[in-house]
Design a protein around this ligand. Sequence first.
Ligand SMILES: [Zn+2]
Ligand SMILES: [Zn+2]
Length: 131
Amino acid sequence: MLEAKLQNFVENEIQCRCCGKLIVNHEALICLQAFRYFLNRKFNRNTRITPTCGTRCCQHNIDVGGAKGSKHLTGQAFDLTSPDISYKQLFEAAVESRLFSTVIRYDKSLFVHVDTGKRKNYAVVSWIWDK
Ligand SMILES: [Zn+2]
Ligand SMILES: [Zn+2]
């Protein structure tokens, strides 16, 4: 298989926070890196992304109150913040990019969840949660 290196992300940013488990989902990682490039062009400057969560093992998903079918369990989801733009700008850009099938804004925790779980007709679904 032809493989490419991710320019802006390293393993320990997306490993399970409790045990270091890492599920490499190539599609999700390619979309994450593409989103990073998208942000650079959208804001005309280097726009960093800080993943606060990537892969979760089953126990960690339970510990943080994740959904039963969470895409974090399959390496398809990332929770993101940015030191360069607000979480609201990050949310709008993630929806606009159409790189992720699900984009969720958490207005109390101040981060954005993105994932590449399959949806019919490649739909993009986004919403805002008061949590
Ligand atoms: Zn773990
Ligand atoms: Zn998440």
